[in-house]
Design a protein around this ligand. Structure first.
Ligand SMILES: Cc1cc2nc3c(=O)[nH]c(=O)nc-3n(C[C@H](O)[C@H](O)[C@H](O)COP(=O)(O)OP(=O)(O)OC[C@H]3O[C@@H](n4cnc5c(N)ncnc54)[C@H](O)[C@@H]3O)c2cc1C
Ligand SMILES: NC(=O)c1ccc[n+]([C@@H]2O[C@H](COP(=O)([O-])OP(=O)(O)OC[C@H]3O[C@@H](n4cnc5c(N)ncnc54)[C@H](O)[C@@H]3O)[C@@H](O)[C@H]2O)c1
Ligand code: SF4
Ligand code: FES
Length: 804
């Protein structure tokens, strides 16, 4: 049967969740196409606050990586905005002129930040806080500038302000109301919050209305309605959001504040749905993920023609993600004629709790200073629980320090543990019992609990503790390699060795994987572990590799590829350069760039041209795409530099020729500098060499990327041979003990420098490690050459893999 065409407009949290829910129901009904204006795969917008606060980084907040789209045969167009839904012709049209026919369309265009229409709002240094781009602007500004002003003292403004404080800026929050977060907190809680944040170093201007943003090109300060001013070289606007409805409006879909939808997320136009922040249900556009995920589930069932209860709106709860501050708010928290409150206020310890009651039911709650009971209260509000028979004050009684597990013990199975993802205690217990989950990460993978804001992690851990008892080992417990198994990396590798397993499918069968095909996390990892354990006999399962490694080139955001030939030690010659120039001209390669690793990158190569480009270059692959040795950067050294005491180029070339093509858990970079000036940046490489009088210093575990780490001195050696022998043993030990996708910097931090040293100090162990690495190196052959010489591989790769 021909698949129906489903187009999702908006590659954000709500839309992609709807697609995930659809895929849970059926994976052969729809041909799915997704358009996203941003250049990234679907990421966790919520965690941008944590990125700014330095608790995580952008590379760690992806929710669905590129491989996920590929695996589910979803065509993804990033950096591409849909400009029209043509109802008559049933096509969507993008800003790049692309037309995609549809049977069903989901509009999930989210919100746009509200930007105050102030004079000067377009100056450099004024930003919203909505996406990765905005976050980068703030991170960059904090490196150069000192004074930040955040306009808006709501959830977003305060989380941004905390992040900027962490980045060392002097931060003032300008808020229009008399108390902070007035949409979520009453006056008492708002004031307590202000006091706590002031203690953390934040400054506030309340009841302040901004009139103008002044400065030459870049912002220099704010002028207020009362004539006062504030100096600022970064201004963040966090004064609310508005549903992004322009596309819908222009396409003739009924809109109000948001796109008007019914209880099944249908718009007024047949086959057109809307979900997420852009949708308005019963007059309400929502701005938190929990309701959006509820909507996504109903939409998915409806579009798949499965019976479902209608979406009837959501009660909201919020928590501020600022460390050291516990604030919780839910439901209708303001007292009125028929709504009376019950409060506890411990002014000395800064603890405030309030519930609002209506007809003997809790309809709202505000907690400050101790929010442990937040989930329980939220469940009671959602259920409309009658508390006539309960001693009211007991609902607010403080719970002791060690009460985590006992708190969850008193919760009923249908009470919600993860508000963002609507996961109940019962669902978590079921995952522990039926799917063998033993860690918070397992629970995340099986149920999605803790996948969004992460605020429920402690409660999830409490449920694990309660259910597993002494078998639960808190945070120090083993981590399963992915949600398809409960086995850790070490256990899997051990089983591969003991049972002599040789194929990915065999590992999955024998070790009881809970999914037939595995996932994008375990398949490439198993491919690596099998090859590492058994280098000579293992046949690489190309299909399990990430796209770049399969294609032996790096895919770029426009679907073309980048090609980096190897240049041993960063040294080239006239012949190679001439050939590169000819290839560039012949294949009309749009950009030629020298990389940080001292090589030449040819960018914008068409997929079909790749084999021909490799053939005509006549150079080996530089593995710029691989989990393997990338480059050995060298300084000019003793041959030309007057400071050089060693032959850095010579050693660099020896190392690169020796270890090229070696498969490693993650990429490996090396550098050789001929004196302590370290012009090749040897201190920031996975392994770096620095020339000293009479030999080399060897540094390991350095990293110059997102997690900057200076290398640790491992040894001083006298000769190039010793340097290579140590490198071989070190690399092999890393290969054998690191988790797949763990850089040496993280591995050293995990296993400890002393431990690595103790292994390498043992000459016999070193010899054994070197023998094993020799075996691994003996099977290397240049992949470009292999593809050029094999018609079969060439056809399989270049005619069947289609990427958008
Ligand atoms: C810093 C920050 C912290 C947050 N913290 C929390 C929190 O702790 N808890 C919580 O519940 N919520 C939080 N939120 C809110 C939450 O992130 C949003 O509710 C959620 O992301 C909305 O999902 P969405 O899919 O509707 O919209 P989005 O995630 O905004 O996705 C919409 C996507 O569609 C794209 N798009 C728009 N128009 C088009 C078009 N015409 N063609 C193609 N693509 C288009 C946009 O570029 C965007 O990528 C936070 C938000 C921010 C910014
Ligand atoms: N922890 C969380 O749950 C979390 C965190 C960040 C963002 N979010 C969501 O992101 C969205 C955006 O957050 P937000 O804080 O911008 O929205 P918001 O509407 O909750 O708060 C905006 C605040 O700005 C203030 N304001 C309005 N005009 C102003 C002006 N001219 N000068 C000074 N202050 C002014 C308002 O009084 C209000 O308190 C919301 O949907 C929010 O729920 C949630
Ligand atoms: S590291 Fe020392 S030897 Fe090498 S180029 Fe720099 S100054 Fe010269
Ligand atoms: S409560 Fe946000 S992820 Fe669970």
């Amino acid at each position: 049967m021909k698949k129906k065409s489903l187009v999702l407009i908006g590659n954000g949290m709500a839309g992609v969740r709807a697609v995930e829910e659809i895929l849970k129901i059926t994976n052969d009904t729809f041909e799915i196409t997704i358009f996203g204006s941003e250049p990234h795969p679907n990421y966790n917008r919520i965690l941008l606050s944590k990125v700014l606060q330095g608790d995580t980084n952008v590379s760690d907040i992806t929710l669905n990586d590129w491989a996920w789209y590929e695996e589910h045969h979803i065509t993804l167009y990033t950096s591409e905005t849909v400009t029209k839904i043509d109802q008559e012709r049933k096509v969507v049209i993008s800003d790049k002129g692309r037309m995609v026919p549809y049977d069903e369309v989901i509009v999930a265009t989210g919100s746009v930040p509200f930007i105050l229409p102030l004079p000067g709002a377009d100056k450099e240094g004024v930003t919203a806080f909505r996406d990765i781009k905005d976050t980068d602007i703030m991170l960059e500004a904090s490196k150069k500038y000192k004074k930040a002003a955040v306009i808006g003292g709501g959830l977003l403004g305060l989380e941004a302000a905390r992040g900027l404080l962490n980045l060392g800026m002097d931060v003032t929050v300008i808020h229009i109301a008399p108390t902070l977060m007035e949409r979520q907190l009453d006056e008492t809680a708002g004031k307590l919050l202000q006091k706590e944040l002031e203690n953390q170093g934040m400054k506030f201007l309340l009841e302040a209305s901004t009139k103008e943003i002044y400065g030459e090109n870049r912002v220099e300060g704010l002028l207020f309605q009362d004539g006062t001013t504030l100096e600022a070289d970064l201004v963040v606007m966090a004064v609310g959001i508005k549903p992004n409805i322009e596309l819908a409006r222009q396409s003739g879909i009924a809109v109000n504040r948001g796109i008007i939808v019914n209880d099944y997320l249908q718009t007024n136009i047949p086959n057109v749905y809307a979900v997420g922040e852009c949708a308005e249900h019963n007059g309400i556009p929502y701005g938190l993920v929990a309701p959006l995920y509820e909507q996504a589930k109903v939409l998915a069932h409806h579009i798949c023609e499965k019976e479902t209860a209608p979406y009837k709106g959501s009660v909201l709860s919020t928590q501020l993600k600022v460390s050291g501050v516990e604030v919780f708010s839910a439901g209708d928290f303001i007292e009125g004629e028929d709504k009376k409150s019950l409060k506890i206020f411990d002014e000395q310890d800064g603890i405030y709790k309030k519930i609002v009651l209506q007809n003997n039911k809790i309809v709202g709650a505000v907690l400050f200073g101790d929010s442990k009971e937040g989930n329980r209260l939220f469940s009671m509000i959602k259920k409309g629980a009658d508390i006539s028979d309960t001693e009211k004050i007991s609902i607010l009684q403080p719970i002791g320090e060690d009460a985590g597990a006992s708190l969850v013990a008193t919760m009923s199975d249908d009470e919600v543990i993860c508000g963002c993802n609507g996961v109940s205690k019962g669902a978590i217990i079921q995952a522990i019992r039926d799917k063998g989950c033993t860690t918070v990460d397992d629970i995340k993978a099986c149920t999605s609990a803790s996948r969004s804001c992460g605020g429920c992690k402690p409660l999830v851990a409490d449920v694990l503790q309660l259910t597993l008892g002494s078998e639960f080992d808190g945070l120090s417990q083993k981590e399963a390699i992915c949600s398809c198994t409960t086995l850790s990396r070490d256990e899997v590798v051990e089983e591969i060795k003991m049972k002599g397993l040789t194929h990915i499918k065999e590992v999955m069968n024998v070790l009881g994987w809970n999914s037939d095909e595995g996932c994008s996390k375990c398949r490439p990892a198993l491919n690596y572990y099998l090859g590492m354990v058994n280098p000579k006999d293992y046949v690489d399962e190309r299909e399990s590799r990430f796209v770049n490694e399969r294609m032996h080139a790096n895919i770029q955001k426009d679907g073309t590829y980048s090609v980096v030939p190897r240049m041993y030690g960063g040294v080239t010659n006239a012949k190679d350069l001439r050939r590169i120039a000819d290839v560039v001209e012949k294949f009309k390669i749009p950009l030629v760039k020298v990389t940080g690793g001292q090589r030449i990158d040819l960018l914008g190569v068409k997929k079909d041209d790749l084999p021909k480009v490799w053939e005509e270059l006549e150079m080996p692959s530089g593995f710029a795409y691989g989990k393997s040795l990338r480059t050995v950067k060298t300084c000019v050294g003793e041959q030309f530099c007057r400071f050089g005491t060693q032959d850095s180029i010579g050693l660099g070339i020896l190392l690169e020729k020796k270890f090229e093509g070696l498969q490693t858990p993650h990429k490996v970079k090396m550098a050789v500098s001929a004196c302590p000036r370290s012009c090749a940046e040897s201190g920031f490489k996975d392994i770096g060499f620095i020339g000293i009088d009479g030999g080399w210093e060897i540094y390991i575990g350095g990293n110059g990327g997102t997690h900057v780490r200076g290398g640790d001195l491992l040894y001083k050696v006298k000769t190039d041979e010793e340097a290579i022998e140590i490198t071989g043993a070190y690399l092999q030990y890393y290969r054998e003990t690191a988790n797949y996708l763990e850089r040496t910097s993280a591995w050293i931090d995990r296993v400890g420098l002393d431990h690595v040293k103790s292994i390498l100090d043992d000459k016999n162990l070193r010899k054994e490690l070197n023998a094993r690495i020799e075996e691994a190196l003996s099977v290397y052959s240049d992949p470009w050459k292999e593809i050029i010489e094999s018609n079969k591989t060439r056809q399989a790769l270049f005619e069947t893999v289609s990427m958008s």
